[in-house]
Design a protein. Structure first.
Length: 759
């Protein structure tokens, strides 16, 4: 990718994603230009929460943080543990409780509430949970406990009529959809509570900056849109994380996690593919995630190393279980006619609860349909069942997870079947649930019927969307730096997907990955070199969870992501989807390919001929008005036209310097300008000179060196202007290496421009 076209891809992505004015783009790219919203924009709910916490501090009441066991919930618990710890005393007036994934599931539970009541707790502050737990909140009140809910999950409907009887309920879903706080995750809401408390009763040592890296981990690991304040907090947290990892003052637990996933903490993917899955693995395998809070908040390096070793082993076990279950699910789907169903619903005895959501996400992406995977209790007589009050026999239950795809909000679809469910909750794209096994058939039928009625026009066939069409020669550090400008990526701002057409693979091989101790894990990745006609040498890439024989022979179209492998110190193409050339229509791109150009070269484009041609077009063409100097200049214009579904009008050559003068004549004009400017000593815009002579920015750089050898002095008061002077005593050189280089480059450019004018 040449310097002339640098920035083209980033600009195209920003435009596609609705970022089209200077102020919006500046705030998106640079957090220092963004103005975050006040925590008190949550209104009375936030004020009531702060007042109750202040009263608890004054009265020395016992306060308990009720967290959750996923990465967002764990980091939210850690934020409140450290943040509220500035006003309350750890383990005396402040404690935390995280439910067991297997025995209690998400949300408040009777078991935990009774335990906190026995400890004398007077105030429960939830994080990442609690919005729909009205029954449990009533139970807490019966024991004399108040409840403050901080959460971001779906509110009870209708809202606010069904608001639970709490002191305060701080949830961004109560705000208008376009509010800058509307997309906060659980950890970010917890941070806002600490922010409000600090603004009301400030501590001498402000705890807020010290919490940002935890906020970034929870935000990036969770399924929320990283925009507005969420993006701002993630950006600031990543800066903090990078600074901590480069100094001796850091969180040893976070450093240990990064060390085990061989990452440095400078990329959002270090969280989404490194820290986040490891935190989540703990509850997925053993149910109890309390050790994660200790790992994130402890300053004892030795203890953190022990805890990180445990986390790594649990994550290895999680990978093996996930792969085994995914294989089982695919095997069952191979015998299923999916053309008749809008959603995939599968249940089986003994499926591991902890990895159902992960596998459901895999299957949803692969088959292009919302997916529900459930683990069934054993048949009656083979295990203990959840008792149903009033029932004469135990009720056999099914518990599991749902994941959506193709931007389908699956939560209201699940809600339509609430009469069949014992419990459910979550996000638009991820949810958990339990229901009696006898309801499964009705539940699956109801989901399909509801989904089809809500989305009658939507094609649920599997498709992979691509953001940019590139060639293998575009892959590398320059493109990586451009794409990195959009980070952190997430929902609403996904990692850019790159489409490469008519490519092939060489040096393909697959192997098992290894765990931290060098042992093999039954989890496959395939490595390869990807090639196309743009370059002879291949570019390294890999495909996680796939075998080498899954790659097609011969030419194909692929979609993938460009990433940097910090361990091997190289850039890689991470394959997402591949289709043989004959199946290329299965890849949906955000571009609409065009195969026409409009030739207005050397014509007056505002004239009658152009207007007549415009009448036959449905779309105003994109006009390329400067003669390209090579294919690297031409290709970005073609891509832009394709992306915007516009014809490309070659509108250059009207009064073009290539026609009007030879390179020698341009040299004479340049000298004339230099002499005039040295006499007047006036500053002039560089672009004005460049366009007058028909020179690129690179050629202008050579031009300044050439005239300097003739005794002129070139000054740049700023990046856009130039001043030229000449000393009467200076010795000019009639011919020099700088002049020869400029003329040689000028002749080469003139030759290329002539080609694009005539071809």
């Amino acid at each position: 990718m040449s310097g002339e076209s640098a920035g083209q891809f980033a600009a195209q992505l920003l435009w596609q994603r609705g970022l089209r004015d200077r102020a919006t783009i500046g705030a998106f790219l640079n957090s220092s230009q963004y103005s975050p919203a006040s925590a008190f924009e949550f209104g009375d709910e936030m004020r009531q929460a702060v007042e109750r916490l202040q009263r608890a501090q004054e009265n020395q009441e016992k306060v308990a943080i009720w967290g959750d066991f996923d990465a967002d919930g764990v980091t939210a618990t850690a934020v409140l543990w450290e943040g509220l710890g500035c006003w309350f005393q750890h383990h005396q007036t402040l404690s935390y409780y995280i439910p067991d994934r297997f025995t209690e599931s998400h949300g408040l539970s009777e078991t935990g509430i009774r335990q906190l009541a026995e400890q004398g707790v007077k105030l429960i502050v939830t994080c990442d949970t609690g919005s729909t737990d009205a029954a449990e909140i009533f139970l807490a009140q019966s024991f004399g406990m108040d409840v403050i809910v901080t959460d971001h999950h779906t509110l009870p409907s209708p809202w606010p009529e069904k608001r639970p009887p709490v002191v305060a309920l701080i949830n961004p879903r109560s705000l208008p959809p376009h509010h800058p706080l509307a997309d906060l995750s659980g950890v970010a809401v917890a941070y806002k509570l600490v922010e409000a408390l600090q603004q009301t009763a400030p501590m001498e040592l402000d705890p807020l900056p010290l919490l940002l890296e935890l906020v970034a981990i929870g935000l990036i690991a969770d399924l929320v849109a990283l925009k507005n304040d969420s993006r701002y907090l993630a950006q600031e947290g990543l800066k903090r994380l990078q600074a901590l990892m480069k100094s001796s003052q850091h969180r040893p637990g976070v450093a240990e996690l990064l060390r085990r996933c061989q990452r440095s903490g400078d990329r959002p993917t270090d969280i989404s593919f490194g820290i986040g899955p490891r935190i989540n693995a703990v509850s997925r395998i053993q149910g109890d995630a309390r050790l994660c809070v200790e790992l994130l908040t402890s300053r004892d390096s030795r203890r953190c190393k022990q805890l990180a070793d445990t986390v790594e082993l649990l994550n290895t076990r999680r990978k093996a279980l996930q792969q085994q279950l995914a294989k089982t699910v695919r095997s069952r789907l191979a015998d299923t006619d999916l053309s008749t169903t809008a959603a995939i619903v599968l249940a089986e005895v003994g499926w591991p609860l902890g990895v159902l959501g992960l596998v459901a996400s895999e299957i949803a992406r692969e088959f292009g349909k919302p997916t529900v995977l459930l683990s069934l209790d054993p048949p009656e007589g083979e295990g203990d069942f959840e008792a149903d009050s009033g029932a004469e026999r135990p009720v056999r239950m099914a518990r599991g997870s749902a994941r959506s795809v193709n931007q389908i909000d699956f939560y209201p679809v699940l809600a339509s079947q609430r009469s069949l469910l014992s419990r459910f909750g979550g996000h638009p794209y991820a949810a958990g649930m339990s229901l009696p096994a006898d309801n499964l058939e009705l539940f699956a039928a109801g989901l399909n019927q509801e989904l089809r009625s809500r989305l009658p026009q939507m094609d649920l066939a599997p498709a992979v969307a691509a953001d940019l069409a590139i060639m293998v020669s575009d892959l590398g550090p320059e493109l990586f730096r451009e794409l990195k400008l959009l980070e952190p990526c997430g929902m609403g701002n996904p990692v850019p997907k790159l489409l490469i057409r008519n490519c092939c693979f060489e040096q393909v091989r697959n192997f098992n990955i290894k765990d931290a101790k060098g042992g093999k894990v039954r989890y496959i990745k395939t490595q390869f070199q990807i090639l196309d006609d743009s370059m002879r040498q291949g570019f390294p890439g890999l495909w996680w969870g796939h075998y080498q024989d899954e790659l097609p022979q011969g030419r194909c179209d692929v979609v993938g992501e460009l990433d940097f492998n910090a361990y091997q110190k190289r850039y890689e193409f991470r394959l997402v989807a591949v289709r043989a050339a004959a199946d290329a229509e299965a890849i949906a791109t955000t571009e609409q390919p065009i195969d026409w150009l409009i030739d207005w070269r050397r014509s007056v484009v505002a004239g009658v001929e152009a207007r007549e041609e415009l009448q036959g077009l449905e779309t105003e063409p994109l006009r390329m008005e400067e003669t390209p100097e090579g294919w690297t200049d031409f290709r970005p214009w073609l891509r832009s036209a394709q992306q915007q579904a516009q014809p490309l009008a070659l509108a250059y050559g009207v009064g073009d310097a290539t026609d009007e003068a030879s390179p020698e004549r341009v040299w004479v004009q340049l000298l004339g300008m230099a002499k005039y400017l040295s006499r007047t000593r006036e500053g002039v815009e560089i672009d004005r000179i460049r366009k007058r002579l028909g020179l690129s920015e690179a050629l202008m750089g050579l031009a300044w060196g050439a005239i300097a050898d003739l005794g002129f002095e070139v000054f740049h008061p700023d990046s856009q202007h130039v001043r030229i002077t000449r000393s009467e005593t200076s010795e000019a050189v009639a011919q020099s290496e700088a002049i020869a280089n400029f003329m040689a480059a000028l002749r080469e450019v003139w030759f290329r421009r002539q080609y694009f004018l005539e071809a």
